[in-house]
Design a protein around this ligand. Structure first.
Ligand code: SF4
Length: 470
């Protein structure tokens, strides 16, 4: 199976969707890079893009058009100033040109050069897109890519099993991870850290994990201090800011660190903590819905679960050790990898169990690792969290990543905390359901699920909630 780095799972990017925004953006960049490699980039006079399946059906609400334009325009999701996105898109639409690869301006009419083929689906995956480049000599170069969830992209007929990386502790299934922990006497985060060193140095791993956490924290902070309506036409009001203000009862603070201290000193009643976890998750996904900078974890629609649970731990745990963030992230990432290898992290393939369910399982495992759980308890926590998301459908109202997505992150976070507490009070030897078996069940459920519940906005709440009600 593929070898997946922690930083393949946690990636800095832009909302609202990893599969429908980040993936197509990366695919556009890859297509242009390939045109450079084969030496035809300078010959390109025109480009066009076709979106298929789920990308076509919910692409407008998920910002696929914007992602493709920016990818073709030479912008990168990690570095693009998010506050400039609207102006860049307006310019492309009004000028009917694109700054191809950030190198040359060519004509580009968004209405005709990007097609949403809602009735067609390509064979390999529900999220297919085809790029065409028309050259000066009249010939054409084209390539098909699939956005397979979590921002991962594969090219048609490409072997995406990156087995070339030799890891000291190769892991495809949860039982193998447990076996390595037993053999090495390392915790799960220790095993994952050793594997990650196949990609980068120990110092780089620690630094990059802290960078990821900084982006997550900034996202929570911004979300807790921004109000107004979310874009897209559903008239969804942002709520995190009002919750934050009410929870802190207008206590004065300056900047992020003082804010965190204020939270730490605030009431620790069950209700208040529940509200804080919800506010953290809402904050991230409101930012995500507003094309803000988020960390894909393991998707953008579910980007709030992991930051909310880690923030809860950092703010409210009795004791915090120095490497808490690293332990949490390394554990969560490995669990996400195991889900990706044996099931899916794409809602277009598996519904929302693949997004919120997986992120909840990852967060439950990460939290249990930080709270001193054994490796078996970590896996048990992840299993419990997923077990109670099985069958969860994806039915985004209006095709936007807002209803039910934003609130659903709060549910994923709370379930993760509950799952962790249950696992810490349990003997995994008595567990009847293993993590591997729940992942297998999730995949079987995904295959049985009607396509109308797989990120198509053709069923569930997407049908029963009229847009006029929003
Ligand atoms: S319903 Fe779930 S899977 Fe579907 S877009 Fe929303 S968060 Fe993603």
């Amino acid at each position: 199976m593929e070898r997946i780095s922690v930083f393949d799972i946690f990636k800095i990017g832009v909302g609202p969707s990893s599969s429908h925004t980040m993936g197509p953006w990366r695919a556009a960049q890859r297509f242009l890079a390939e045109m450079q490699e084969i030496g035809v980039f300078d010959e390109i006079e025109k480009v066009s893009v076709e979106l298929y399946g789920s990308l076509a059906k919910t692409g407008v609400g998920h910002g696929t058009d914007i992602a493709v334009f920016l990818g073709l325009n030479g912008d990168d999701p990690v570095t693009v100033p998010v506050e400039q996105i609207t102006a860049k898109i307006d310019f492309i639409r009004q000028s009917q040109t694109i700054f191809l690869g950030g190198k040359k301006t060519i004509p580009f009419d968004p209405l005709f050069d990007l097609l949403f083929l809602k009735k067609e689906t390509l064979p390999f995956h529900a999220n297919g897109l085809k790029f065409r480049a028309f050259l000066k000599n009249g010939s054409e170069k084209s390539a098909v890519f699939y956005s397979i969830g979590g921002g991962f992209v594969v090219k048609e007929n490409e072997n995406n099993t990156k087995t070339e990386k030799q890891l000291p502790y190769p892991i495809d299934h949860a039982h193998e991870l447990l076996a390595w922990c037993e053999k090495t006497k390392l915790p799960i985060s220790g095993v994952v850290f050793e594997n990650e060193k196949a990609w980068r140095s120990a110092q780089q791993i620690n630094e990059q994990l802290l960078t990821i956490w900084e982006v997550m924290q900034s996202c929570i902070f911004r979300g807790c201090h921004t109000d107004g309506l979310l874009p897209g036409g559903l008239n969804v009001s942002r709520r995190a800011k009002a919750m934050n203000a009410k929870l802190l009862q207008n206590i004065d603070y300056q900047g992020f660190e003082e804010w965190k201290m204020a939270i730490n000193k605030s009431s620790r009643s069950f209700q208040q903590i529940l509200k804080w976890v919800s506010a953290f998750a809402l904050a991230v996904n409101e930012e995500n819905a507003a094309f803000g900078r988020v960390v894909t974890a393991p998707t953008n629609g579910a980007a709030g679960v992991i930051p909310a649970v880690l923030m809860y731990h950092i703010c409210f745990a009795d004791q915090i050790s120095e490497n808490e963030v690293q332990k949490f992230m390394l554990t969560a990432a490995e669990l996400g990898s195991i889900f990706k290898k044996n099931s899916t992290i794409s809602a277009a393939m598996g519904g929302c169990q693949a997004e919120i369910g997986v992120s909840s399982a990852m967060a439950a495992g990460g939290l249990t690792e930080c709270l001193g759980g054994s490796p078996a308890q970590v896996l048990m926590a992840a299993e419990i969290a997923m077990e109670h998301h099985l069958g969860l459908t994806c039915d985004p109202v209006g095709g936007l990543v807002q209803i039910p997505c934003i609130e659903r992150n709060t549910m994923g976070a709370i379930k993760a905390i509950t799952a962790s507490q249950i696992a810490l009070e349990s003997n995994p030897a008595n567990a009847k359901v293993s993590l591997d078996s729940v992942i297998k069940t999730m995949w079987e459920t995904a295959q049985d699920m009607s396509t109308k519940y797989k990120e198509t906005a053709e069923g569930g709440l997407a049908l029963s909630v009229g847009l006029a009600e929003c």
